[in-house]
Ligand binder design. Structure first.
Ligand SMILES: [Fe+2]
Length: 415
């Protein structure tokens, strides 16, 4: 066995109703003032608006709420709309931090936040994760982003609690927050440090019951992509392999049910929440593949949401991988892994390696079709954008390096 490293994991509170004890977790840690970063859809949920906020009040914990898709407007104003933002931007993180600092600098205005709690989808959780770090770093957060800024992160942050309301990015288990700026000079880059893994993750599948089918499908396919890419990654290790197969099995049982009747099928939500958490553990330790290697520039230059983009690419990317592997002599190990992934995802019985690989490809295509994921043209992709995204993308830890022309071919299969 090759030597390997596993990063720390958050303290995980998983299960239906787990958010009901969040205020007690905060109190037990001695945090008297918390900064909440919340998505609008999470704020609309009774478990959050009437449950969490009232529970914090009941135990005397001060809380200030920010919407991740809006920016503060002056010291005393709450928030002013300036969006909606699809994905978190450095501007929003900087604005929340500036607002906090100006409030803390004014005598008697408010007590500094002792922890950040983010409740929402991957975008809200990433915003909260970045804010918890930005509060301990003096410059604009964009100056610390990989490939954008040149300043070095110290790893300092204030404690951070992640409460996901979608099952997708797995950011509740990862050490990075993804921030984007869309446009000609756009980027989609990570703020990454081992110490940015959330201190606590509260994964309550009941918070995901009202997630719309289209978001359930896109975020679920993101999780499945992360599991499969980590499983076949050149940086995989035996522990990430075990976690990835566990996640694929759970997603295989749950994905279609969560998409088709997610408002009533609690078990399906539990299964996808579990798969998403595991996908975060896997990607943080084994890395990802060509799907996510293209998702960065796609997010920087198009309106394609992360999950929708990853979801539409996953089946063709896997198909192209198989096509290339069968032409090589040294690829038996990866083909075996793809067969295992197919057997686990479909809960299939005994069959040949080829049959299990075909089952994997068929099931991924079925998930894409049943999830109703739009093709890339609907996000404004053109031939020239395909060229640009392929040029700026890479294969990450995909077991076969796709060169630029192969990345073009992959994107063209999804137009
Ligand atoms: Fe992802």
């Amino acid at each position: 066995m090759r030597p390997f490293v596993m990063s720390a994991a958050p303290e995980l509170h998983f299960g239906t109703g787990s958010v009901e004890s969040l205020h007690e977790l905060i109190r037990a840690r001695g945090w008297r003032s918390v900064l909440l970063v919340i998505s609008k859809s999470a704020l609309d949920q009774p478990e959050i608006r009437k449950g969490l906020l009232a529970a914090l009040d009941s135990v005397g914990i001060i809380h200030r709420t920010y919407r991740y898709d809006r920016v503060p407007d002056g010291l005393n104003a709450f928030t002013a709309p300036r969006g909606p933002y699809r994905e978190p931007t450095p501007d929003v993180v900087d604005a929340i931090v500036a607002h906090e600092r100006s409030g803390c600098a004014e005598p008697g205005a408010w007590a500094p936040a002792e922890a950040v709690v983010a409740v929402g989808g991957g975008s809200a959780v990433d915003t909260g994760k970045a804010v918890s770090a930005a509060l301990k770093h003096p410059h604009s957060i964009s100056e610390y982003l990989e490939g954008v800024g040149t300043r070095e992160l110290t790893g300092a942050k204030i404690p951070f609690v992640a409460v996901p309301t979608t099952a997708g990015t797995g950011t509740e288990a990862t050490k990075n927050a993804v921030l984007s700026k869309v446009g000609e000079d756009g980027f989609k880059k990570s703020l990454r440090h081992d110490r940015f893994i959330p201190d606590i993750a509260v994964v309550d599948p009941l918070l995901q019951m009202s997630c719309p089918a289209v978001v359930t499908a896109a975020s679920g396919m993101d999780a499945i992509a992360q599991l499969l890419e980590a499983y076949v990654s050149t940086d995989a290790n035996p522990l990430t392999d075990a976690l990835a197969l566990e996640g694929l099995a759970s997603a295989g049982r749950s994905f279609i049910r969560a998409v088709e009747r997610g408002d009533s099928d609690v078990d399906a939500r539990v299964g996808m929440a579990y798969a998403a958490y595991l996908s975060g553990r896997c990607l943080a330790n084994a890395g990802l593949g060509v799907v996510h290697g293209l998702a960065g520039p796609a997010g920087a230059h198009s309106a394609a949401p992360h999950g929708g983009f990853c979801g539409i690419l996953l089946a063709p990317a896997t198909e192209m991988l198989v096509e290339r592997l069968v032409l090589r002599r040294d690829s038996a190990g990866t083909l075996d892994k793809l067969a295992t992934a197919g057997r686990v995802l479909t809960a299939g019985g005994a069959a040949s390696t080829e049959a299990h690989i075909q089952m994997l490809l068929d099931r991924l295509s079925e998930f894409t079709r049943l999830g109703g994921l739009p093709r890339l043209r609907s996000y404004g992709f053109t031939e020239s954008l395909v060229q640009q995204v392929a040029r700026e993308g890479n294969s990450k830890s995909w077991p076969v390096t796709f060169d630029e022309s192969e990345r073009v071919e992959l994107l063209n299969r999804c137009l």
